[in-house]
Ligand binder design. Structure first.
Ligand code: SF4
Length: 449
């Protein structure tokens, strides 16, 4: 102890902090560096701030204040920060200003995974999860309320009325809002944006604090999508969106994957939320083997297999042995077959197809066959096969594990930014950090093999 010990001595050789240090040094951060001004005091090294953010996420240290404290107290953080001490404002500003550049780190991790052969795209599992947004449920207002509020704000801007003035001519009481929204012009912009989001019948109430956020069944949330390669368990595509359901997300996720990896996966598995016809058609066109559970068409207690098809006459024979003939009515979703005779005297009618809504002869039952029936049958066969069963198990241990890991181990329980662009960047950066950790595990497993 004649000379003071260095911080390095407190960080073991195989510690994850050393790996993060070396990994981030290899990343191309030139876009962030280009964003730095050459004037004024020199800024913090972007690599140091990226290392702090990455290591913080891996250790569940998310708030900028906690990170700023960690670089003064925690030896691993001090080691990664090379003794520099950025304060919480610097970290927060860096994260906000370079959110797009941080999101691009995901692409670099995917390229490393592809080049090293860790990612093979033999099987990719796709899923989405709802993550709470940074909007309060109370900030969701009806279009009528928003229109009134906008009129109030516009008037107050003209007349320079303070927000807490009680002599509002229309007796309009403004809702309590976060401090960040006390700027009247910014608030007017947001209320206008929220009003624009309203879609009658679909989006009834919009948030003033975050107009992009949507009310999901558990509260305000964004839908975070991810595609995970089974072989490496690395994320190969994904984004955050504000649609609450998954059905329209399979094609964009696969397009994102294709753009990143410059190729299509061999097999794709997803849950029943992605069973929409357009998804099946897309997989067919791209020659990707899809494994997506489908609902069997129900004909009361019978299944479609109980109705036998006669191609010569384009008709069906029902379980009671009667004929159902094609109805030539225009239907873009499928074909209809109707019983030739009334089903009123059929002993199976309680178990069979429902009565039709037609005013004339509702007792003649109607069988509807979707245009996507051949695709559904093909998919059902594939999902029920041995390989389909294996895919189902692998899907849950691939993509579901990612969500569990992020939410429970890394404490990623909500987005702390407002607006879809920021939320998307935040999600992609989370996925990038997950990939960095996966690469470390793959490297370690390779070294011990
Ligand atoms: S209810 Fe009609 S369609 Fe169904 S089994 Fe009886 S006759 Fe056939």
């Amino acid at each position: 102890m004649l000379l003071p010990r260095t911080v390095e001595e407190y960080v073991p050789g195989e510690d994850i902090a050393r790996y993060i240090d070396a990994f981030v040094e290899e990343l191309d951060l030139s876009k962030i560096e280009d964003g730095y001004s050459s004037e004024g005091r020199p800024g913090f090294n972007p690599a140091v701030l990226v290392k702090i953010l990455v290591y913080g996420k891996l250790r569940g240290v998310r708030s900028c204040r906690e990170l700023a404290r960690a670089v003064t107290e925690n030896l691993k953080f001090i080691y990664l920060a090379s003794g520099e001490r950025p304060d919480f404002r610097t970290i927060a500003l860096f994260r906000k200003r370079f959110h797009r550049e941080l999101a691009q780190i995901l692409q670099q991790t995917i390229e490393i995974g592809l080049e090293s052969g860790a990612i093979n795209l033999e099987h990719v599992a796709v899923d989405g999860t709802l993550i709470p947004g940074f909007a309060n449920a109370g900030s969701f207002k009806s279009p009528e309320y928003l229109a009134k509020y906008l009129a109030y704000l516009e008037k107050s801007l003209e007349e320079d009325i303070k927000q807490d003035d009680s002599d509002d001519p229309d007796d309009f009481t403004p809702p309590p809002l976060p401090k960040a929204l006390h700027d009247r012009k910014e608030l007017t912009r947001r209320v206008r944006a929220a009003l624009k989001q309203h879609v009658p019948g679909k989006i009834e109430k919009c948030s003033i604090t975050d107009p992009d956020c949507r009310k999901a069944w558990r509260g305000p949330a964004y839908n975070a999508q991810a595609a995970v390669d089974e072989h490496s368990r690395m994320v190969v595509g994904g984004y955050a969106t504000n649609t609450v359901t998954d059905s329209a997300e399979l094609i964009p996720v696969l397009q994102d994957l294709e753009q990143r990896a410059k190729t299509t996966p061999k097999r794709v598995s997803a849950d029943g939320g992605y069973k929409a016809q357009r998804n099946l058609t897309y997989l067919e066109e791209k020659k990707i083997e899809g494994y997506i559970p489908q609902a069997r068409p129900q004909c009361g207690e019978f299944s479609l297999a109980d109705f036998s098809y006669q191609p010569d006459s384009d008709s069906y024979t029902c379980p009671a042995g009667r004929r159902l003939v094609r109805r030539f009515v225009h239907n873009s979703k499928g074909r209809s077959y109707r019983a030739v005779d009334s089903c009123a005297d059929c002993r199976l009618k309680q178990k069979c197809l429902r009565k039709t809504a037609l005013a004339i002869e509702p007792e003649r039952r109607n069988l509807f066959i979707s245009h996507r029936q051949p695709l559904i049958e093909q998919m059902l066969k594939r999902v029920e096969s041995d390989i389909g069963q294996r895919m189902r198990k692998k899907r849950s241990s691939t993509v579901e594990t990612l969500f569990a890991h992020l939410k429970y181990l890394r404490k990623f329980t909500r987005f702390t930014f407002r607006g879809l662009a920021m939320v998307n960047s935040m999600w992609l950066f989370e996925l990038a950090v997950y990939n960095i950790e996966r690469l470390l595990r793959i490297t370690r497993a390779g070294a011990t093999a």
